[in-house]
Design a protein around this ligand. Structure first.
Ligand code: BTN
Length: 245
């Protein structure tokens, strides 16, 4: 463990992906192990996308192996990490918001993406790997060619990039402070922290499930952390997918 902390950080100059490394090494890693790298050659985003990781961001994955795994809570590790990244950005004077399911937005663009995967051993759910890529020191030119607006903390702070190590600690302290309550009581334990940063709640939103037709309605989040859309045809909910609002 990092002195007095419920987590232990191992840093690498370069990896293929902190997430891939965490999953490969999962059986031998302890609960609370955190893997971070200055660069990733094969950074992974959601839905098979690539996460550009050329050394100007913070890239890390947390290994979670709860003593009494509750698989229904695993998807909410994404929500908890969103809240924790927001809390750390707020400490820098920024005003981030959460876009369900896995983005943190700030100043009109995406500043953080989150990737989470449940892990089973012998058919039994044992835990999860949850990671984030956070834009720290990129300049606008670094984001040229992306299909959606992106920002870095430096772009929003007059060029001042946060210290990578201190920022990671700030995120992890927030995450591990709320983790016991989440694992004990599920999403309702963090719903207040989540909802006050969830810019999509109450907005008219569209949801694109992996397959099937586009759903539309007023967005909210339920007690399981799922997106709900109240539309003309009634209420629909979704555990994952793409949302636009
Ligand atoms: C997304 O927005 O699609 C999620 C991006 C997640 C990127 C992070 S960077 C650290 C960790 N390792 C990876 O390969 N991916 C995640």
């Amino acid at each position: 463990m990092s002195a007095g902390k419920p987590y232990s950080v191992t840093g690498y100059p370069s990896l293929d992906s902190t997430h891939s490394r965490a999953l490969r090494d999962f059986p031998g890693l302890s609960d609370g192990a955190v893997i971070t790298a200055l660069r990733q050659d094969a950074g992974r985003g959601r839905l098979g996308r690539t996460w550009l990781s050329e050394g100007k961001g913070l890239y890390f994955t947390i290994v979670l192996k709860p003593a009494a795994p509750r698989p229904e809570v695993f998807p909410c590790y994404t929500h908890l990490l969103s809240v924790s990244v927001c809390a750390a950005l707020e400490r820098l004077g920024l005003s981030p918001s959460i876009k369900w399911p896995n983005d943190v937005l700030c100043g009109g663009g995406k500043i953080c993406g989150i990737l989470a995967e449940a892990v089973s051993e012998g058919g039994r759910p044992v835990g999860a790997a949850v990671g984030a890529g956070i834009n720290l020191s990129q300049e606008p030119a670094d984001f040229a060619g992306l299909d959606r607006p992106a920002v870095s903390a430096a772009m929003l702070r007059g060029g001042a990039a946060p210290d990578r190590g201190a920022f990671l600690e700030s995120v992890l302290d927030a995450f591990f402070a709320l983790r016991p309550a989440l694992e004990d009581r599920g999403f309702p334990a963090i719903a207040g922290e989540y909802r006050r940063r969830a810019g999509f709640i109450g907005k008219l939103a569209k949801m694109r499930p992996a397959s099937g037709e586009v759903l539309e309605g007023t967005a909210d989040i339920d007690d399981g952390g799922q997106l709900v859309l109240d539309g003309p045809g009634g209420r629909v909910s979704a555990a994952g997918g793409e949302m636009e609002f």
